[in-house]
Design a protein around this ligand. Structure first.
Ligand SMILES: [Zn+2]
Length: 485
């Protein structure tokens, strides 16, 4: 009925009467899964590594040698369609696999995503070893089969100490090279993010041989922060030089998870070790502090960054500014906007919207206008020339009047503006009452048109927002109704 294509290697056991025929279940078949040469290639490759491992490391259990080996199947194809009623069972020329069965209790020891049953040290250590041995080219995993124990089923050599595996997965450089279970390099990363070295790994000295950075990076990227930290710790303990990639991965991972103190600690360690820091190192920490609205800490790190001669970018400043705004520290936000402008950086739209929203909420149109100019979102900016000097930080921003602070901020570089601020001050009360009207116009006649256009701009924006919300409300109602129907 079936024709045999090639011969299988039934290592470890004599071919008996009993054989296992493997073919794809119809549901999986319909989703496109097939048995191919790649499955046999994976088995052969795994067995090559197993053989090399047994010879090189001669694992033992007690004093007895402990071998591991893989079943290698043979591909055969059906000579005709075999149906179960009208449903496919096997189609003509469809490939199947013939194998000697695994005798004894069948267990799964680890998966192709790094899960481990925790039974026996050898499977996990072997998987890891294949990766180290191949320099990252292959990772043999998804180890399942029978763990031969004293008193149990023996091999043809009479040994009770062995692992007989079948259907391994190979994670190679390019996913799919060894069939659908081959999740490629990404799969390797995931596997390592779950793998914890056991005593066997350690006795093989595998820890020192791995690329720490790739493991740290894998853990960090998959959100396993503690594990990323653990690996960086081990790397340092082992005396392996950690570089900016090692530290930045961990710092960023900690920061992303909101573990500010941990992120800070690693940045401090990085600095202490004399490892070159960059904007990324600091921005992660600054952003984490800012997310917690811990302005002081965010500021401290930004100042530290600048004092270390690291070029702070838009992200560095924007994080701090956003935190200031969210905490209602508008003066401080203004101060950092100044610093940002002085550094020649332009705020992006998000930052602009954040500060503009705060000004709008506070009904502070003047401030908005100043900030708009500061952020160079207008052609006719008062800050174009000359460049600003470093402004002094408002010491206690909330207790100072806005005008005083503005005077601090705008001193030196903007004498004209300061003068205007001074002149305006007596009119503060009336200006508030008149909603940015006459008092301002009286002292600054040239600004009338700008004020009016700003008012219109905000009015239009508000109308647009209301309309948008109405549309959204109607749409979501409609969506709910159509979902119900
Ligand atoms: Zn390990």
């Amino acid at each position: 009925m079936a024709k045999v294509k090639g011969t299988g290697d039934f290592y470890g056991f004599n071919p008996g009467e009993k054989l296992v025929l493997k073919f794809i279940k119809t549901k999986k078949y319909n989703s496109g899964v097939r048995i191919t040469e790649k499955d046999v290639a994976a088995q052969k490759l795994a067995q090559q590594y197993a053989k090399a491992f047994n010879e090189k490391h001669r694992p033992v259990r007690g004093k007895e040698p402990l071998d591991l080996f893989f079943r290698i199947g043979t591909l055969i194809s059906s000579s005709k369609d075999q149906l179960d009623g009208t449903v496919r069972k096997i189609l003509e020329d469809e490939l199947m696999m013939v194998e000697i069965p695994i005798y004894g209790e069948f267990k799964k020891f680890n998966s192709n995503t790094g899960w481990s049953s925790g039974e026996g040290n050898l499977p996990g250590a072997f998987s890891r070893w294949t990766w180290v041995e191949s320099n990252g080219k292959h990772l043999i995993c998804d180890l399942q089969g029978h763990r031969g124990l004293p008193g149990g089923i023996k091999t043809t050599d009479g040994s009770s100490n062995y692992y007989a595996f079948s259907d391994p997965a190979v994670l190679s450089k390019v996913s799919g090279s060894y069939g659908p279970a081959d999740l490629g390099e990404e799969g390797q990363k995931t596997w390592f993010s779950h793998h914890v070295c056991n005593d066997f790994c350690k006795s093989l000295g595998l820890e020192g041989k791995v690329s720490y950075n790739s493991v740290i990076n894998a853990c960090a990227q998959t959100g396993y922060v503690e594990r990323a930290e653990m690996w960086l710790g081990r790397m340092l303990e082992a005396g392996v030089q950690a570089n900016e990639v090692s530290y930045n991965s961990v710092i960023n991972a900690c920061a992303q998870k909101g573990r500010v103190s941990r992120a800070e600690m690693w940045l401090e360690k990085m600095l202490a070790a004399g490892v070159k820091t960059d904007a990324f190192s600091y921005n992660s920490v600054i952003n984490a502090c800012a997310q917690r609205r811990d302005i002081e800490r965010a500021e401290t790190w930004l100042e530290k960054m600048l004092s270390e001669g690291i070029q702070a970018d838009e992200v560095s400043y924007s994080s701090v500014i956003k935190a200031c705004v969210q905490k209602g520290e508008l003066d401080l936000a203004g101060y950092w906007l100044e610093r940002m402008a002085a550094a020649g950086l332009q705020a992006n739209e998000v930052t602009y919207n954040t500060v503009a929203g705060a000004c709008l909420a506070a009904g502070d149109k003047d401030r908005l206008e100043r900030w708009r100019k500061l952020m160079r979102l207008e052609e006719n900016t008062v800050l174009k020339d000359p460049p600003l000097l470093k402004p002094s930080r408002p010491s206690s921003c909330t207790t100072k009047s806005l005008d005083d602070v503005d005077q601090d901020i705008l001193s030196d570089a903007l004498p004209k503006r300061v003068e205007e601020t001074r002149r305006r001050r007596p009119a503060t009360e009336s200006r508030k009452k008149e909603d940015g009207g006459a008092a301002v116009r009286k002292h600054r006649p040239t600004q009338v048109s700008v004020d009016r256009s700003n008012t219109w701009m905000w009015a239009r924006l508000l109308i647009m927002l209301v309309v948008l919300q109405l549309i959204l409300a109607v749409w979501s109602d409609y969506a709910v109704q159509s979902a119900k129907s």
